[in-house]
Design a protein around this ligand. Structure first.
Ligand code: GLU
Length: 471
């Protein structure tokens, strides 16, 4: 085929962008950029309940967040009703389709369980109450294609029902709209999920009957499955792309990870890929033919790992900018914004956080103690840290810290020297101080945190914890 490559992403608005759809969009984008073609959008919104602008906006929002740019104006399928109706009419006129009366539920066993009577094919019924238009599937033969991912696929016509192309209410069905619009958009490669494999023989039969020349290439991408090897489902799994944004994943990590759902670089290097970078060779190495046909396991642990790698690759400034929306959502943000010194303290501690978190949503929980009036005490950490010697240790630290030079390395050294002097285990000696200051046993490094909090606040919290211990 010498015509220029044109692929499309054709989502139905459902109110969220499913991870599988996001991957379909990405693979189409990659295929287009790999082959130097166009990546087009078609919103399949013929179901009127689903054509609400806000449901469609979610799709654009997801694509923009991922950084997938598209070519040309998106097509809204609901604008193409006339073309879909014309296609139905032409199939009726050419004898490839027929009016079909509904068969009542109770009578279906007389028709091999079907909801229609195949004899309507020859009845020339014309329009009438409850009548749909069905496609006349040839009785013999088979339809085949060589799928770019799955190889040769062939379906015997006897296994395909005479499917509806226009419902009794006059609305064209998915089959006819999908075929008509792909032809209209001159799509050369249909890259979509394997759940649509059974649509493809119907698609090809329709296309031929409509007299559309040639046929596109097909690539049916593998199913995405969860840990139990079950298809990702809205009920069981977190399937909405934007939920991952809210959970603190970076779009570049999502794109990186989605690109590996069914595909992998031939050299096996699979961490921190940038599929969107047209200059570093990713699109040229992506070939749709190399996508595997086996189910792709959506491994959240691996995604977390990759996200962490992307977070650490950010410049400190960028990490801070990306963290801000999560900071702004924290319940102590009001206090933060009222304090002119707070941004500098945040900037000082963030580099310590950047090396430790896997998602941006963890950031506020790492730094909250600095900005809250009082640290939120985790009872378990407190009980574990406040051993019998803790009160005496805190007294010594309070006394000494008033004189210590307020710098992380210095603090570290003096602190450890004091532990030694008191014959205390270093880790155990640190624990009461950490819990007194931060409320927990894990967090950013203690001495850096102390510097950021300032001597006065550190002493105040240590005294308050000491008072709590009594005696
Ligand atoms: N609108 C269909 C869906 O969201 C996809 C159709 C296609 O890619 O051909 O499942």
């Amino acid at each position: 085929m010498s015509s220029p490559v044109r692929v499309r992403f054709a989502p139905s608005p459902t109110g969220y962008l499913h991870l599988g759809s996001a991957r379909a969009a990405l693979f189409n984008w990659l295929a287009a950029r790999h082959m130097g073609g166009a990546f087009l959008l078609r919103i399949e919104d013929t179901d009127l309940d689903r054509s609400k602008p806000e449901l469609i906006e979610v799709i654009y929002e997801g694509l923009r967040w991922l950084g997938l740019d598209w070519d040309e104006e998106p097509i809204h399928q609901s604008d193409r009703n006339d073309a879909h109706q014309a296609a139905v009419e032409s199939l009726l006129a050419s004898g490839h389709a027929y009016w079909s009366s509904p068969v009542a539920e109770a009578d279906r066993e007389n028709f091999g369980g079907r909801a229609y009577d195949p004899a309507d094919r020859d009845r020339d019924l014309g329009p009438g109450e409850g009548r749909a238009v069905r496609f006349k599937v040839p009785e013999t033969g088979a339809t085949s294609w060589v799928d770019l991912i799955r190889g040769e696929i062939s379906v015997e016509h006897e296994h395909i029902e005479d499917f509806v192309i226009r419902r009794a209410d006059g609305s064209p069905t998915f089959f006819i709209a999908n075929v008509t619009d792909d032809a209209f958009m001159e799509i050369t490669h249909v890259i979509r999920g394997e759940d649509l494999i059974n649509v493809t023989p119907k698609y090809l039969l329709l296309r031929e009957a409509l007299g559309i020349e040639g046929r596109p290439e097909f690539a049916h991408m593998p199913l995405i499955v969860n840990e139990q090897r079950k298809k990702l489902s809205k009920r069981r799994d977190d399937v909405s792309l934007m939920d991952y944004r809210d959970r603190g994943f970076l779009p570049e990590a999502m794109v990186n990870y989605l690109s590996m759902l069914g595909w992998g670089p031939s050299d096996g290097v699979e961490v921190r890929l940038n599929p969107l970078d047209l200059t570093d060779g990713f699109p040229p190495m992506f070939r749709i033919e190399d996508v595997s046909s086996s189910p792709a396991f959506f491994d959240v642990k691996k995604l977390l790992f990759i996200n962490g790698e992307h977070l650490r690759a950010l410049s400190p400034k960028e990490f801070s900018a990306r963290s801000m929306p999560y900071i702004e959502a924290a319940d102590w943000f009001e206090r933060y914004s009222a304090d002119p010194g707070a941004p500098a303290r945040l900037a000082a501690i963030l580099p310590e956080v950047q090396t430790r978190v896997e998602t941006l949503s963890e950031v506020p929980g790492y730094v909250d103690f600095i900005f809250m009036e009082e640290p939120e005490i985790d009872e378990k950490s407190w009980n574990k840290a406040m051993v019998a010697d803790a009160a005496g240790w805190l007294d010594k630290v309070i006394e000494a810290a008033a004189q210590w030079p307020w710098e992380a390395a210095e603090l570290h050294e003096r602190f450890m020297a004091l532990a030694e002097e008191l014959g205390a285990n270093r880790r155990k000696f640190q624990a009461p101080v950490r819990v007194a200051l931060t409320g927990r046993s894990v967090g950013p490094p203690l001495f850096e945190s102390m510097v950021v909090m300032g001597r006065d606040e550190v002493l105040r919290r240590l005294r308050s914890a000491r008072a709590e211990l009594g005696g």
